[in-house]
Write a protein that binds this ligand. Structure first.
Ligand code: CO
Length: 457
């Protein structure tokens, strides 16, 4: 459709009843009828004659009403400058907009939705996102030596150790295997570690819980590739090593490697972003992000864990008696209200939807309850489909805010029957010496002013 036709139809949709507009509407209908009739003839006939009809029926350019004729009804006499709201005609309806581009960008009016970047991590703006998927540009980051700039043609995956056929694969070799796509949450085991003590809580859901994202990963089941190289039946562990300057490495039990582990090369339909492991990474559904090695270059099969720095000094959970829990891979059932949440202000009494995310590294979410009185009473929230295993599940809860102070909480249950604990219950068992695996119930306090702040316990 030409620019002129486009404007004509847009103006026809305005709710005007003046005589001038009726004339213009009539001329549009006449023109549309002529074009439609030509189409019918074209379908019924075949050959030069019908084509000729179609050409003749197409209105000549001078027959198309001038846009200025139709966009100056009486109520729009001062269209520029002026209010953009109906019944006025906004400026973006008066000229042809920018052309399509090679790689898209969002509206400049959405530029405030950004990650919170630090030196080694950035956090997803959970309160500003909708549904359950994280846009690739807002997927959280956690790096141990920055982001390597890897040429995929130069990248290799070496698989060796307790295997029958040690092999070095190119990225293209990996992409030749049958692929699959899976949707899973991705969470740093240190996410919401600020909740362990009242003094350390973060002010917003992004600052406290933003080391959490979700994507659709595409890649090759690791089992397919391990079967190709032939794993020794006595192998019980696998070392995964990344090609960053930290040579980030973790020991993975063979059961997980042969179960649902994925060699991923894509996220949300496009190649992995460099910050998420381009060109190849390990995905371990439901497990802590740190173990899902990015920039994957080496898998070594063995019969004992390697006791790397990242599973001895780091990523262990120091208990009250001084011992440390090691290889705590699974991210337990958890939830958080994202709206309303800390830093926001509720405007106006009346209906407000409480909404948030729930997830479990052990399977599907089966229930989310919401409390508006700090855990005194609970009611079931609605769970939005689809409810996928080891995936973010959006919950929604209708709330009538009467203007009283409130304490908002959510409590998730997964399909194993595990119920998200309170922070106090977690602290009783695990003390406060570990930063990792905090999945306690989060509280947001709503003041009578509508101001929402981060609260504890
Ligand atoms: Co852990």
């Amino acid at each position: 459709m030409s620019p002129k036709n486009h404007k004509t139809s847009a103006n026809r949709a305005t709710p005007d009843t003046t005589g001038e507009s009726r004339v213009n509407r009539r001329s549009f209908v006449q023109m549309a009828g002529a074009v439609g009739g030509a189409g019918v003839i074209g379908v019924a006939g075949a050959g030069p004659t019908s084509s000729q009809h179609a050409l003749q029926a197409t209105p000549a350019p001078e027959d198309v009403p001038e846009p200025t004729e139709v966009r100056m009804p009486p109520w729009a006499e001062e269209p520029q400058p002026g209010p953009a709201i109906p019944p006025h005609i906004p400026p973006w309806m008066t000229e042809w907009g920018p052309y399509p581009s090679e790689y898209g960008t969002r509206s400049p009016f959405e530029r405030h939705v950004v990650r919170l970047p630090g030196d080694t991590s950035s956090r997803t703006p959970l309160a500003d996102l909708h549904g359950t998927m994280t846009p690739n540009s807002l997927f959280f980051e956690r790096h141990h030596a920055g982001i390597p700039n890897i040429d995929p043609a130069e990248h290799r995956l070496m698989i060796h150790g307790m295997v029958d056929r040690p092999t070095i694969f190119t990225v293209d070799d990996i992409k030749r295997f049958p692929a699959t796509s899976v949707i899973h949450f991705h969470e740093c085991s240190g996410n919401s570690g600020s909740e362990w003590t009242e003094e350390s809580i973060a002010p917003t859901v992004q600052a406290g819980f933003g080391l959490l994202s979700q994507t659709e990963w595409t890649g090759v089941p690791l089992k397919t590739v391990l079967d190709e190289v032939g794993v020794d039946p006595d192998a019980t562990w696998m070392l995964a090593e990344g090609a960053d300057a930290a040579a980030m490495d973790r020991s993975i039990p063979i059961e997980k490697a042969m179960d649902d582990a994925l060699l991923a090369y894509a996220m949300n339909g496009e190649a992995l972003r460099p910050a998420q492991g381009y060109p190849l990474r390990l995905v371990l559904p439901g497990w802590e992000g740190n173990a899902q090695i990015k920039w994957l270059r080496r898998l070594e099969l063995g019969d004992a864990p390697w006791q790397t720095r990242e599973e001895t000094s780091k990523y262990t959970d120091l208990m009250p008696d001084g011992s440390a829990r090691q290889f705590t891979f699974v991210m337990e059932c958890k939830s958080v209200i994202t709206n309303p949440s800390g830093g926001q202000t509720i405007s106006g009494h009346g209906f407000h939807e409480i909404s948030g995310l729930a997830w479990s590294g052990r399977g599907r979410i089966t229930r989310v309850e919401v409390s508006v009185d700090g855990g005194e009473t609970w009611e079931d929230a609605q769970l939005q489909e689809p409810i996928l295993p080891m995936a973010l599940t959006r919950f929604r809860f209708p709330w009538e805010w009467t203007g009283q102070a409130a304490r908002l909480q959510s409590r998730a249950t997964d399909e194993t029957g595990y119920v998200q604990p309170t922070i106090q219950q977690l602290v009783e068992v695990r003390g406060i010496h570990s930063n990792y695996h905090m999945n306690g119930i989060k509280t947001w306090a709503v003041a009578e002013s509508g101001e929402v702040t981060s609260a504890w316990g």
